[in-house]
Design a protein around this ligand. Structure first.
Ligand SMILES: Nc1nc2c(ncn2[C@@H]2O[C@H](COP(=O)(O)OP(=O)(O)O)[C@@H](O)[C@H]2O)c(=O)[nH]1
Ligand SMILES: [Mg+2]
Length: 165
């Protein structure tokens, strides 16, 4: 079966690991265990005319002490750029990471994810700002790994973009 590598990219604690766990195993945990290095999962996804295997690379989140090693990105067909909607600085971090990822692997499909949508009362990202991002022709989607909202759609959409590529 055709395999496609997808990387989870974003600041620390945005929900990269939780999104993969929700998608692959339908589970969620409130406990935070920082990801060490990289964890790889697989998930089969059915598209309109074929079935493919997604190889999900869950990278540790970037913080002030540790940068994401761009060599992990090599060979990726696409990536998810994960933002925590309750922490605006994770959006700035996402822009910075996107630039570096594109320098490394070129212009491959990606989706910006605004995660933790269940905490929308604490939201720090303005709709105007989201519109501005969409003006750049970026795809932006909201998810809650906690409640399982929008999660499968994100992976499905990215897989379709990759195959349409
Ligand atoms: N309320 C809420 N918490 C979340 C959500 N996704 C992740 N979390 C929590 O945020 C923290 C960091 O999540 P994690 O997936 O480990 O982030 P990572 O560092 O990007 O892999 C954990 O305590 C999770 O339980 C979500 O959609 N809603
Ligand atoms: Mg993690």
């Amino acid at each position: 079966m055709l395999q496609k590598k997808i990387c989870m990219v974003g600041a620390f604690a945005t929900g990269k690991t939780s999104l993969v766990a929700r998608y692959v195993s339908s589970i969620f945990s409130e406990n935070y265990h920082t990801t060490v290095g990289v964890k790889i999962d697989k998930k089969t996804v059915n598209l309109e005319d074929r079935t493919i295997n997604l190889i999900l690379w869950d990278l540790y989140g970037e913080d002030e002490f540790q940068k994401v090693r761009m060599s992990y990105l090599r060979g990726s067909s696409g990536y998810l750029l994960v933002v925590d909607g309750t922490r605006k600085n994770t959006l700035e971090k996402a822009f910075d990471l996107q630039t570096r990822v594109e320098e490394t692997i070129g212009n491959v499909p990606f989706i910006m994810i605004l995660n933790k949508w269940d905490l929308k009362d604490e939201w720090e990202i303005d709709p105007v700002e989201i519109d501005a991002i969409k003006q750049k022709n970026w795809i932006v989607m909201k998810t809650s790994a906690k409640h399982g909202i929008g999660v499968a759609e994100v992976f499905q959409t990215l897989a379709e973009k990759i195959m349409a590529g």
